[in-house]
Design a binder for this molecule. Structure first.
Ligand SMILES: NC(=O)c1ccc[n+]([C@@H]2O[C@H](COP(=O)([O-])OP(=O)(O)OC[C@H]3O[C@@H](n4cnc5c(N)ncnc54)[C@H](O)[C@@H]3O)[C@@H](O)[C@H]2O)c1
Length: 434
């Protein structure tokens, strides 16, 4: 593939400047100032093997693929309350006050623009920093003006948009989403099936900007926007950052299945007290999240192929809003498994994680990989980025690949493919032959 090298600044546009966005942006500023390291980011710390194991070629991914340099990233976003990123960082309670104070001067300069918001789609959120317009198309045009102004002011060469906004109510793809024509008519008629996250995505795609969806919202996973991305040759990716409990699930479940260990039930429960937790306390937003979390095990375990091991396994996911914990979530898993001759065993996982600390490097990697994909001429759904999502987008006729290690192999092989290197199959027989 012919990959153009980055030639200027990359703008990272973020609808939803909350805990994840502020942890991501503050982190990049801290890393640039050598105050911390980009732990958790494959683009910054990961390596990739090239050629045979005997060749010893294992460069850092950032030295292998022409990714944008962290020093060339510039940021802006939208939210529904008039706060600057320093204030958001303090309110979110993820990062040390000392670190935020040190970076305050840079943080307050980052633009947080008026959001496109409607409480109908996020019941537990209120805002006063909100655009008004005669219909949804008018609001989209205002978003496009924001993006154009940012591009000129910051002199960006290219941009990417990563949705880090709240989880919206559960929506299903209907007639208004079925074609670009219907969608655009829906925007002009302010159709209720079109949520704010879809409006940001449409604005991005119309301006040729790659889009990733960090939430489980339907957003870009509708025929109208997938067609637009394909026709305009823009990469898209989603949905729902894979962090915390689902990350653990996609690490443990493939291992149990690989050894033909049966599973009778998997009960997952969480407590978290950040704003995301509060939004998910509303049953309509929870339903969107629940769908995203529940699919994972079915696809990994394939009960239809392994009825003796996984038929009728019981899977339950609960999220409990518990303010004292803030962003420091605790996730418990009880896994009832069975082995040889059906003898039962149990696994208990107690994961004391930090939600936004796990999500921030994903935002970075998605921004850099989507920009790379765009320069490589890739368009539409980027399945190789499934690695980062709880509910990966695929073509309708394909099932999503959830196994983290298959996803990793797919990601690295795609990078090799983009850079014209031989793909690695892990066959390895040639070492032993002759
Ligand atoms: N580990 C994680 O933190 C994690 C993992 C997977 C997915 N997610 C998803 O990422 C998103 C962000 O998580 P968070 O912890 O930062 O939540 P948060 O509540 O701290 O931040 C979300 C922000 O989006 C803003 N917002 C909502 N609707 C908006 C709109 N229409 N326009 C502009 N701003 C809007 C809210 O005001 C809020 O500031 C959520 O959807 C969450 O479900 C997070």
């Amino acid at each position: 593939m012919d990959v153009k090298r980055p030639t200027g600044k990359l703008g990272v546009l973020i609808p939803g400047m909350g805990a994840v966005a502020s942890t991501f942006i503050t982190g990049i500023l801290a890393i640039r100032d050598k105050l911390a390291k980009p732990i958790g980011s494959m683009t910054q710390m990961g390596t990739i093997r090239l050629g045979k194991r005997t060749e010893g070629r294992v460069p850092l991914i950032k030295d292998f693929a022409p990714l944008e340099d962290l020093n060339n990233l510039v940021f802006a976003g939208w939210d529904v309350n008039k706060e600057n990123l320093y204030e958001i960082g303090i309110r979110s309670g993820v990062l040390d006050r000392r670190l935020l104070d040190e970076l305050q001067e840079e943080l307050v300069k980052i633009s947080v623009m008026k959001g496109v918001f409607d409480k109908h789609y996020v019941k537990k959120l209120d805002g006063t920093w909100i655009k008004t317009g005669k219909n949804k198309m008018d609001l989209v045009e205002q978003l496009m003006e924001d993006i154009k102004r940012f591009t000129t002011e910051q002199n960006t060469q290219s941009n990417v948009m990563i949705w880090c906004g709240s989880t919206e109510i559960f929506l299903e793809s209907t007639e208004v989403h079925s074609s670009l024509k219907n969608f655009e008519r829906g925007l002009r008629e302010s159709h209720p099936g079109i949520s704010p996250s879809m409006m940001y995505a449409y604005a991005a795609l119309k301006l040729g900007i790659p889009f990733a969806n960090g939430s489980p919202n339907l957003t870009v996973d509708i025929p109208a926007l997938k067609q637009l991305a394909q026709a305009s040759e823009i990469p898209i990716a989603g949905k729902d950052f894979k962090t915390g409990q689902t990350l653990m699930k996609t690490i443990i479940a493939p291992g149990l299945k690989a050894r033909q260990i049966g599973i009778g039930g998997w009960f997952s429960t969480n407590i978290l007290g950040n704003r995301d937790g509060e939004v998910l306390d509303d049953p309509e937003s929870f339903r969107t999240k629940e769908e995203s979390k529940l699919g994972v095990l079915d696809y990994i375990l394939q009960p239809e192929l392994y009825p003796d091991l996984y038929d009728d396994f019981y899977h339950k996911v609960r999220i409990n809003y518990y303010p004292p914990r803030g962003d420091n979530k605790e996730g418990w898993d009880n896994i009832d498994i069975f082995g040889w001759l059906g003898y039962p065993m149990q696994i208990k996982v107690d994961f004391l994680c930090r939600d936004s600390i796990l999500a921030a490097p994903i935002v970075l990697d998605l921004a850099l990989f989507l920009d790379l994909a765009h320069r490589a001429g890739m368009k539409g759904i980027q399945e190789w980025l499934s690695f980062y999502f709880k509910s990966p987008m695929t073509l309708p006729e394909l099932y999503p690949e959830h196994d983290l290690f298959v996803q990793l192999a797919k990601l690295k092989n795609t990078l090799r493919h983009i850079m014209g290197e031989e793909l690695i199959t892990h066959l390895g027989l040639d070492y032993y032959e002759g």
